[in-house]
Ligand binder design. Structure first.
Ligand SMILES: O=P(O)(O)OC[C@H]1O[C@@H](O)[C@H](O)[C@@H](O)[C@@H]1O
Length: 279
């Protein structure tokens, strides 16, 4: 089922439900704000999030697009691109007895920072899992360089007791230390603050916080960002150090050397699937 609604700040929301799952999507940013599978919330959303057109919402799954982090050469451009603060449009909805599908599109956005003739489509499928596919379409005659991420805020019991076994032995760039390369030792995610870009991680990772295991699968991605500001969250308007103890961002990305070139009239799709790891 799909229902249209208005949320805090009057922002347009879409509520999706499938037999075993529900999701709330904000049309600003095409941002999944909440996702419950079998009645259990998987995502973290800040209780102090801003709900105002043009401001990023802290939590859920923001889309960083068409660049991840700082713009490669325009210092005034917004962090993580313009997709997360733009109003998307509904392209398609479909429901069946087993799944619900929503497709959103972003045709023209970004003002002075827009990449000409470059459009984005986000497909959200809800069945017993949450599937997201973000497709970049280059409609120009020139190649386009993009970086991007599903900036997934996972809800965890305690952020200093999370294991991601698949990242053990994985090479990463440390954003906190001038992108210094290093190797992750063991499965335990080190205490916050942490800001790392893992390169060529396995396409399926399990996030184990000791009380539950979440599975994150990726497509079209060769990098995963792990971020938690820890005590530094007190400096953020919409977060606190205490809140940071209950979230961990594990971001399916095309970041740093995994940035992609979309050829003229070509497309690139970044995908993620989030589920409970119970099989
Ligand atoms: O506060 P923002 O713009 O949402 O960014 C949050 C964080 O997002 C992460 O993806 C980055 O690696 C961090 O460097 C950044 O601080």
């Amino acid at each position: 089922m799909i229902e249209f609604d208005r949320g805090a700040g009057g922002l347009p929301l879409i509520r999706m439900s499938a037999p075993q799952a529900t999701a709330t999507v904000c049309l600003q940013g095409a941002q999944v704000l909440a996702c419950q599978l079998k009645g259990e919330e998987l995502l973290w959303l800040s209780p102090n999030a801003d709900y105002e057109l043009g401001r990023a919402i802290r939590g859920g799954i923001p889309l960083c697009w068409p660049w991840f982090g700082a713009h490669p050469d325009q210092p005034g451009a917004p962090n993580h691109g313009y997709a997360r603060t733009a109003l998307w449009q509904v392209a398609t909805t479909e429901t069946s007895s087993t799944r619900t599908f929503l497709q959103l599109k972003l045709e023209q956005a970004g003002g002075p920072y827009a990449i000409p003739d470059c459009a984005a489509t986000l497909s959200i499928t809800l069945d017993e899992k949450l599937h997201l596919h973000l497709t970049t379409a280059n409609r120009s005659k020139q190649p386009i360089r993009i970086s991007q991420a599903f900036h997934t805020y996972l809800k965890v019991a305690q952020s200093d007791s999370v294991d991601i076994a698949a990242l053990a032995g994985c090479r990463y760039l440390d954003k906190r230390h001038n992108m210094q390369p290093n190797i992750q030792r063991g499965p335990r995610i080190p205490p916050a603050p942490i800001d790392r870009i893992y390169l060529q991680p396995p396409s399926r990772v399990v996030i184990d916080d000791g009380s539950r295991r979440l599975r994150l699968e990726s497509e079209g991605s060769g990098s995963t960002v792990v971020w938690n500001p820890g005590d530094e969250a007190d400096a953020l308007k919409d977060m606190s150090a205490e809140m940071a103890q209950h979230m961990l961002c594990v971001e399916t990305a095309n970041a740093a050397e995994d940035s992609r070139t979309v050829p003229p009239h070509g497309t690139h799709t970044l995908g993620m699937t989030l589920s409970q790891d119970i099989e």
